[in-house]
Structures are given as structure tokens and as C-alpha cells.
Design a protein around this ligand. Structure first.
Ligand SMILES: Nc1ncnc2c1ncn2[C@@H]1O[C@H](COP(=O)(O)OP(=O)(O)O)[C@@H](O)[C@H]1O
Ligand SMILES: [Mg+2]
Length: 429
């Protein structure tokens, strides 16, 4: 009896395989015409495909000419539209061609799943008409996104507070910066709302409410040294950013020296986002191996998912002096059996000047043995060579950075860990 079981299972397996292959063949056959059309046609010149017809309920129009001219095209497999069912994230790899400069890789993002995008249409309609379906453009003018008319001078905290992580606790200085650096307008550079068109103001607010990532990239641009992908432009509900490189996850099994270098850079990012000349603290609330990428040439680590970045204005906190504002805040480690979880208190991030959140997030979710991702445990600094591992110093620093035993232990451990990794990468060269 027992001997027959593997035989039977083998047959079932072969049968399933056959059904799968036949199924795939049928799907391919049924899609032949779209398949051929996909290869011939550049969908990115199609206004409906990029949802340009939904503007101003969209993210911008600055790159529309490039899209319509056919300068932006999907990379080979990305052209096959029927594969979109697997692309839940709505992130596409593409090429952008500049007449004299040749082509370069870019990433196109719809900033949400199809369901999330449909939900926002429904919400706009419900707000304006009470019904889930309506003329979206007309409805936009009846929502809070149209609230800021020509008479309002500034985008003020009371209008947008809490709409998304970027503006969970916004200061006037932050909002002025967001408006001044808003690139989806012809003459950006002014923090006065009157210099934006009605439609541009609506697009700005819509982006702020739905997914503020483009605004994070524009307000804290890579050209000025911020560790984010470069924002290029938008057309309809598609946003274009520079392609950075492979995900950090692809380096999980890289040689030790490479991993030390990446770990050091990650801690540098934590430091830069926490302490900088601008007195803005940018706290990363979604830290995982696929939200960072590594440049192929310079080996630089960059944050590629900036949707969940909470920005606190440390100048405002120092000015308002909420209770305990100058007491250092230590994030609390919490057991969690899921991947890439983090514990944080947005209220604390917004009301304290000195917070160790970014160190905690990077140590716990990327570097230490607590970092679990796609079934692997051990973190980026797993399996150090014997000469590094034997004295237990690295383990001790990582442990202290995740679960500090001493008061303010994480601040000290993170600092020491950065130094230690610098030394290690120095000796490796
Ligand atoms: N600028 C970029 N360069 C390279 N890869 C990117 C870039 N932006 C996104 N990606 C890839 O696409 C994936 C999904 O993008 P992301 O913005 O994280 O979407 P989501 O918000 O749905 O998690 C990322 O994990 C990364 O692998
Ligand atoms: Mg992501």
C-alpha cells in the first residue's frame, strides 16, 4: 500500500503539470491578438492606459509630451499586457529615450494597486455625488481637493494634517517646501498657491492624500544628496522615476565585504535621515529588503519605496516644546512573527527631537538576526568570517541595536556599529 502512494502522487503531479501547460497554451492562444498588438503598439501613448482622462484626479502631466511622443516604452516582457495580472504592485520597468542622450532605464509606478486606484475614484464620486460612479472630473471640483481656491495663500497644516505619513504632523515650513518643489507645474519655485493652476493644486492634494511618494522624492531630491530615487515626472496616473538597480535582497548572499559595505551605507542613511542640516527628521516606516536598491555602478544604496516616510520638523518641535520633547525617545522592540514588522508610535516621532527609530528599523529588519525575509533568517550580516565572529562584538552591537539592555543603549550601539563597520570595510580593502 505504502509503495503505491509515491507512484500515485507522481501520476497526480504529472497530470497537474500537463493541465498547467495546456492551460497556459490556451491562455496564450486566446490572447494571440493582444499579444501581437502588445509588441507592435506602445500602450504608453494611449491616454486611457495611463489614465490621463482622469486628470485632475491624477498625479501630474509634466511628462505627457514624452509619453505621447513615444519616448517612453516598456521593456520587453513589460509589453505583454496580460501579464499585468501578476503585477499587483503596478510597477513597470521601461526605457526612456532622449534624442541626443540615448536611452536609459526608468521605472513607472501607478502608485497603487488597481483596486486602490478604483477605490479612490469611488471615494471622490461618493464625496461629491453620494453615488459610487460619476463623472470623475466634475466630481473632483466638488471635493476637498478643490478646497484651495485662488484666494488661499499657503497650503496650511490644518488642511492636510494626517492625510498620509508625509504630512502626519506637518509644519508650515514642510508644506512650503512641498509646494515650492512641486515639479508638476511649469514654473515651480514658489511656495504661494496662487502660482499653481487650479488643476495643479488638485493634483498636488490628490497625490498627498493617495500616495505621497512623488512629493517625498521632489521635496528631498536625490540631486541634493537625499537617498531616494530621482523623480522624473508624471503623466496621468503614471509616475516616472530613475531606475536605481537591483533590490537589496539580491545581495543577501553577496561576499562578506560587500555586505559590510551595504550595512554601513544603511546606517549612514539612518543617520542622514535622522540628523541633517535642515532639521527635518525623515522616519522610514516600511523597511524591508525590497524597499532598497543598489546602484550597479557606484554600489550606492537608495530607498526605492518612499510611500511610508514620516517627516517631523525638529525646529517646530523645539519651538512648541510638547511634553518631554527633549527627552531622547527609544523605540520599543516588540516580538512579531511576521516579516518586516516594526513597532512605532507616530505621536512620539512627531513630538520628540531625538528619536532612534531609523536605527531600530534598519537593525531589526535588515541587519540583525531578527531580520526575516522570504523564509531566510539571519539578516544581511549573517555568517561573518571566523576572525570577525569569534569575539562576539558584532553580535553584541547588533543585539543592542535591536533590543537595547542599557538606557540609550541603541543610540550608543548604532554609533559604535557604524564605526565598527567602517573599520571592517577599511581592512577589507
Ligand atoms: N526606482 C527603482 N529602481 C529599481 N527598482 C525599483 C524602483 N522602484 C521600485 N522598484 C522595484 O519595484 C518594487 C516595488 O516598488 P515599490 O515602490 O516598493 O512598490 P510597493 O509600494 O507596492 O511596495 C520594489 O520592491 C523594487 O524591487
Ligand atoms: Mg515596496
Amino acid at each position: 500500500m505504502l509503495r503505491f502512494l509515491p507512484l500515485k502522487l507522481g501520476r497526480v503531479y504529472r497530470c497537474l503539470k500537463l493541465i498547467f501547460i495546456v492551460g497556459l497554451f490556451v491562455v496564450l492562444l486566446m490572447n494571440t491578438h493582444t499579444l501581437l498588438a502588445s509588441f507592435q503598439k506602445n500602450e504608453l501613448t494611449d491616454r486611457r492606459f495611463i489614465h490621463l482622462n482622469k486628470c485632475p484626479a491624477c498625479f501630474g502631466t509634466s511628462w505627457c509630451r514624452k509619453f505621447m511622443n513615444g519616448q517612453v516604452s516598456f521593456e520587453s516582457w513589460g509589453r505583454l499586457r496580460f501579464l499585468d495580472v501578476f503585477n499587483v504592485k503596478n510597477v513597470f520597468f521601461a526605457q526612456y529615450g532622449e534624442p541626443r542622450e540615448g536611452t536609459r532605464r526608468i521605472v513607472l509606478k501607478r502608485l497603487g494597486s488597481n483596486q486602490e486606484l478604483a477605490d479612490i475614484d469611488q471615494k471622490i464620486c461618493k464625496r461629491a455625488t453620494g453615488r459610487p460612479r460619476c463623472d470623475l472630473i466634475q466630481a473632483m471640483y466638488k471635493t476637498e481637493f478643490a478646497r484651495l481656491n485662488g484666494d488661499v495663500r499657503l497650503l496650511t497644516p490644518d488642511v492636510v494634517e494626517g492625510w498620509s505619513d508625509l504630512v502626519h504632523c506637518p509644519s508650515q515650513r514642510l508644506l512650503d517646501r512641498i509646494v515650492r518643489r512641486y515639479a508638476e507645474t511649469k514654473d515651480s519655485g514658489s511656495f504661494l498657491l496662487k502660482n499653481l493652476k487650479d488643476t495643479e493644486r488638485m493634483q498636488l492634494l490628490m497625490t498627498l492624500a493617495f500616495n505621497p511618494e512623488p512629493l517625498v522624492l521632489q521635496s528631498f531630491p536625490s540631486d541634493e544628496g537625499w537617498p531616494f530615487a530621482k523623480y522624473l515626472g508624471a503623466c496621468g496616473r503614471v509616475v516616472a522615476v530613475n531606475y536605481v538597480g537591483e533590490e537589496l535582497w539580491s545581495f543577501y548572499e553577496a561576499p562578506w565585504e560587500k555586505r559590510v559595505d551595504l550595512a554601513k551605507q544603511l546606517l549612514d542613511i539612518a543617520e542622514q535621515l535622522t540628523n541633517n542640516d535642515f532639521d527635518f527628521a525623515l522616519y522610514l516606516l516600511d523597511v524591508s529588503f525590497d524597499n532598497f536598491a543598489v546602484g550597479p555602478r557606484d554600489g550606492k544604496v537608495i530607498v526605492v519605496d518612499a510611500e511610508n516616510v514620516l517627516v517631523a520638523d525638529k525646529r517646530l518641535i523645539k519651538q512648541n516644546k510638547p511634553e518631554n520633547y527633549d527627552v531622547w525617545y527609544e523605540s520599543r522592540f516588540e516580538e512579531c512573527d511576521k516579516e518586516a514588522c516594526l513597532s512605532f508610535s507616530k505621536d512620539a516621532l512627531c513630538s520628540r527631537v531625538t528619536v532612534d527609530h531609523n536605527y531600530y528599523a534598519i537593525c531589526q529588519n535588515l541587519l540583525s538576526r531578527y531580520a526575516t525575509w522570504r523564509g531566510s533568517t539571519g539578516g544581511l550580516l549573517h555568517d561573518p568570517p571566523p576572525n570577525v565572529g569569534k569575539d562576539g562584538h558584532l553580535d553584541h552591537l547588533l543585539e543592542e541595536c535591536v533590543k537595547p539592555k542599557a538606557r540609550y543603549g541603541r543610540f550608543a550601539a548604532a554609533k559604535e556599529l557604524r564605526q565598527y563597520l567602517t573599520e571592517l570595510s577599511g581592512t577589507a580593502r
